[in-house]
Write a protein that binds this ligand. Structure first.
Ligand code: FRU
Length: 547
């Protein structure tokens, strides 16, 4: 048992009314910032509860283990000096291993773990999925996310929280929204209520208001909470839920509210998924919502935003977006979205449930997206990650308007040029690739001319980072036809991190992401393809965002 632990421990065996199962308890005074909890995937989940003065403080599922595979933690900042009673209804041998400390277990190697992404956001401990509540406010970018703080797999859905000044370097803050008696905290969005339409503002501090789905075995309902301290602490609205549409749709799939202010109509808009598509509701006060319309053919995690066409602010279109990164382009009058084209795709692979920042500075009204990267981090005390922040634009192409996506300019600070060359034969280019000091993480930007080949690309340890097949018109297996349809060339900007690969083709016309495989071949980084020409090649080392 840790010597740091100054606590009064007593164990009480409580027979639960429904049989031989027992919940054991320990009790002690909280004197340190973190409670470190030992877990192992080999254990069954049990329910752990924290009680303070006999009041339930939190309840979650955890695979408590006497022989931990890794450690997770609870931030106890808000509970200092209180006496806590912890009960656990599973195998309780791990209870005696729980200890408090001012560091999380493993703090000394935090962000330097073997499979830790070095230039992508990942959580200190636990599981993450969808980005939530992405907003810029008072100089900070807020990234909330679906989080299980207590295990490297999905469960206990909470809103984790991180902030950044540049969308590249992130600081993780305590959990923003935790499950409660109504259910777990599913995906959603945030707004700043500058005009105090909901009445939560204090003096001249406008409320940051979060909209989220509460999920329980019976149904999914839309709820809100507000914060007056830049998202650090939250108060859930006492009249939740705002919308319960299960009966109307005869479906429990009603979730993921995306709320924004529609200036021309002087009202709020909420778009969320109801059964077979995205529904639009409106409100004047964020509390009462009126159903307006529905676009069938989407599933989960809507986004809806206006973009200038080719950068011209006076000519715009709206983009209706679904979790799998497919979209329609059309018009929106504040109540109804009228599709004109789609669905299209601009990115495929690991991305899912992407969202864009709102409330961007007026001087720089970019539409910046972050997607959940479904990338496993093998054997780590954390799992999955966020993909690079990218700027979305609407570009006129020969086939009509299309979204493009490229990493935001702030990511440039991460990369240092190793060398730059033009017009190389593959054998010579392969020599240049050897000048990269490390293949742990790097970036390579290239333009390949196929010449005699029908397919060509770049591979790393036998894994194809780029596989362009002109004959079948596929890039890494997905149909792609370059804007110049007679072109024999392809441009790729390839970002390789510890566990992930993200590739942007032809200035963001198409992009994809996937898991990086461990080394399984003697070949390092090489170009492949018959008699190809490497027209451009730039190599970069990549910094760590955690240093
Ligand atoms: C998408 C999703 C959302 C839901 C959340 C739960 O990945 O299924 O629809 O709100 O994840 O974690």
């Amino acid at each position: 048992m840790k010597s740091l632990l100054k606590r009064k421990v007593f164990t009480a065996l409580m027979m639960l009314c429904y049989g031989a199962l027992s919940a054991q308890t320990i009790s002690f005074k909280i004197t340190k910032r973190y409670l470190n909890l030992p877990v192992s995937q080999t254990q069954e989940r049990g329910i752990m509860q924290f009680k303070i003065d006999d009041k339930l403080e939190r309840s979650f599922k955890i695979r408590l283990a006497a022989q931990p595979e890794y450690w997770v933690f609870c931030d106890m900042a808000a509970l200092q000096g209180k006496t806590i009673t912890i009960s656990y209804d599973g195998k309780s041998e791990g209870l005696s291993k729980i200890y408090q400390d001012d560091k999380i277990a493993g703090q000394d190697s935090l962000y330097r773990e073997k499979n830790r992404p070095q230039f992508h956001f990942s959580t200190r401990r636990g599981w993450i999925n969808d980005p939530n509540g992405m907003i810029f406010y008072e100089g900070e970018y807020h990234l909330f996310y679906q989080h299980n703080p207590y295990e490297r797999e999905w469960e206990n859905m909470s809103w984790g929280h991180a902030v950044s000044k540049d969308m590249v370097h992130w600081e993780e803050l305590p959990t923003a929204l935790s499950p409660d008696a109504m259910g777990t905290m599913f995906s959603g969005s945030t707004v700043i209520d500058y005009q105090n339409t909901a009445g939560f503002n204090r003096g001249n501090i406008p409320a940051m208001i979060a909209f989220f789905t509460v999920d329980n075995p019976e149904k999914e309902v839309q709820c809100m909470a507000y914060s007056l301290d830049k998202g650090r602490t939250w108060t859930k609205y006492d009249k939740n839920p705002l919308i319960d549409s299960k009966a109307k749709w005869n479906s429990r799939d009603t979730r993921d509210p995306r709320v924004f202010w529609y200036k021309p109509g002087n009202h709020w808009v909420m778009v969320f998924n109801e059964r077979d598509g995205h529904s639009i509701y409106t409100s004047k006060n964020l509390k009462e919502w009126k159903y307006e319309s529905h676009v069938t053919g989407f599933w989960e995690c809507p986004d809806l935003f206006e973009l200038p066409i080719d950068g011209n602010k006076n000519k715009t279109k709206w983009v209706m977006y679904g979790a799998s990164a497919t979209y329609m382009i059309g018009d929106f009058d504040g109540k109804t979205f009228t599709p004109e084209s789609g669905k299209h795709y601009y990115t495929t692979g690991s991305i899912y449930a992407a969202q864009t920042f709102t409330n961007m500075p007026q001087s720089d009204p970019r539409r910046v997206q972050i997607g959940w990267g479904r990338i496993a981090q093998p054997a780590m005390p954390f799992n999955h990650m966020m993909l690079l922040p990218t700027e979305l634009r609407l570009r006129t192409t020969k086939n009509g308007l299309r979204l493009t996506s490229l990493p935001v300019k702030e990511t440039e600070q991460l990369f240092t040029t190793v060398g730059q060359w033009t017009s190389l034969k593959a054998v010579d280019a392969n020599e240049k690739l050897k000048t990269l000091p490390s293949l742990e993480r790097f970036r390579i930007k290239t333009k390949i001319k196929l010449s005699h080949a029908t397919s060509a690309g770049v591979s790393l340890w036998g894994q194809r980072l780029l596989d362009y097949d002109l004959n079948s018109n596929r890039v890494n297996g997905v149909f792609y036809s370059p804007e110049d349809m007679t072109s024999m060339e392809i441009m790729a900007d390839i970002y390789v991190d510890k566990t992930s690969v993200e590739v942007f083709i032809d200035n963001g016309a198409y992009s994809y992401s996937f898991e990086r495989k461990p080394s399984n071949s003697k070949d390092g980084l090489v170009f492949w393809g018959n008699n190809i020409e490497i027209k451009d090649l730039t190599l970069y080392t990549a910094k760590s965002i955690w240093e």
